[in-house]
Write a protein that binds this ligand. Structure first.
Ligand SMILES: [Zn+2]
Ligand SMILES: [Zn+2]
Length: 392
């Protein structure tokens, strides 16, 4: 089979599954599930993979809502990633239903050629991208061992070769003070909320003097119960982002000093607890990306390099995967230029006609890229060499 024939075959396979893929995308969209609670999405995706005859491991690697579906026995081993978690209040405002359905479509289409072309595919269902670090746990537990290349798509408001993904570390700062009657004996109290607020203000001042490509943001998660009780307990949830793990290492102590200074001023204590694995920056593999870009053009999508104005800046646990295996995380357009991810408007586009089109295009492009890697094992080797040279 020639590469052109293989690509026509997988594109036709995606088209044949189109109504089902779109239905699954809409089902996941209609029932947003948060970090590690994506039971419906897990079930729907696993059922579709089982129906197609793939060997599916539900609740894989000790995570209830993770899965791996495999096909093929020899040759280059490609992983296609499905994300399917949503955001509180605003549902699928990151469009992970599109990622899930496109990954499913790519997996099904590629699996139908795995034996014929001599390749292996794993469709990996990775829960809790929005802060829980599902891929970090899967990576640690061996889910990506032996994988030659990993890929996913992410919807946004442009067609871009990559997300501008920086590292993120998140922690909860828990302040402990002493309660007292706020009117009768305030002098006996030590106000944990004051400590948290002063810590927040210190970080606000710090933000003027960090690198322009760093981000720090926090919200209060506990701040007392009633105004007439001096709060003995307060907490804030913080994200600290920096371009690389090294630069994050320099920024982290400056943030912690701000939070501790707030506690000291209020006469309370603070404990900063890491609540999820640190997300690494993303190493985009050029060899795999070139194949992807070429195949995207076959579906009519011209992938741009991100420029400052159009870049999608964020963090993803795909970054951790990208340090272990050659990986890509291209961005696929589903919304107008002025509609950003993590907004209610974006959630609307994730189940619109343009979202559906991205499911089908994304599935085709990833399946075609998988076929390229199977038909040209030397490309998979070059992708591995590139990663080795970037890491060293
Ligand atoms: Zn998101
Ligand atoms: Zn996302």
């Amino acid at each position: 089979m020639t590469p052109d024939q293989a690509k026509q075959h997988v594109a036709a396979a995606v088209d044949a599954q189109a109504p089902r893929l779109i239905d699954i995308s809409h089902q996941i969209h209609a029932q947003p599930e948060l970090c590690f609670e994506e039971h419906t999405a897990h079930h729907v995706l696993c059922s579709a993979l089982e129906d197609a005859g793939l060997e599916v491991e539900r609740s894989a690697y000790g995570l209830d809502t993770a899965f791996v579906a495999r096909a093929g026995h020899t040759g280059p081993h490609v992983a296609v990633i499905c994300e399917y978690d949503a955001l509180p209040e605003i549902g699928h405002a990151c469009g992970h239903n599109v990622i899930a359905a496109a990954g499913l479509g790519a997996g099904l289409a590629a699996a139908s050629l795995a034996e014929a072309l001599g390749g292996r595919i794993s469709v990996v269902g990775t829960p809790a991208e929005e802060g829980g670090g599902g891929k970090c746990f899967l990576l640690e537990r061996g889910a990506f061992d032996g994988i030659d290349a990993a890929m996913m798509i992410h919807p946004a408001n442009h067609d871009l070769t990559r997300i501008s993904a920086i590292t993120v570390e998140q922690f909860e700062a828990v302040y402990s003070g002493r309660s007292a009657h706020a009117a009768a004996s305030p002098h006996k109290g030590r106000n944990a909320l004051d400590g948290a607020v002063l810590g927040y203000m210190n970080v606000a001042a710090l933000r003027q003097h960090i690198r322009p490509d760093e981000r720090i943001h926090g919200v209060f998660t506990r701040g007392g119960d009633k105004p007439n009780i001096v709060p003995h307990d307060a907490a804030a949830h913080w994200y600290v982002r920096s371009p690389t793990l090294d630069s994050l290492g320099e920024l982290r102590p400056r943030v912690l000093a701000c939070l501790e200074a707030g506690a000291a001023a209020a006469g309370v204590t603070v404990e900063c607890r890491q609540v999820a694995p640190v997300y690494a920056d993303m190493l985009d593999n050029q060899v795999v990306l070139d194949l992807y870009r070429h195949n995207a053009a076959l579906t009519g999508r011209q992938m741009a390099e991100p420029e400052a104005a159009a870049a999608v800046v964020g963090s993803t646990d795909m970054g951790n995967v990208s340090y272990a295996v050659p990986s890509i995380h291209p961005i696929i357009k589903i919304a107008p230029d002025d509609v950003a991810i993590h907004t209610p408007e974006f959630a609307h586009y994730a189940a619109s006609e343009s979202g559906d089109q991205a499911v089908l295009d994304g599935a085709k492009i990833m399946a075609m890229t998988t076929a390229d890697l199977w038909l040209h094992p030397e490309a998979a080797d070059r992708a591995g060499c590139e990663l080795d040279s970037v890491r060293s």
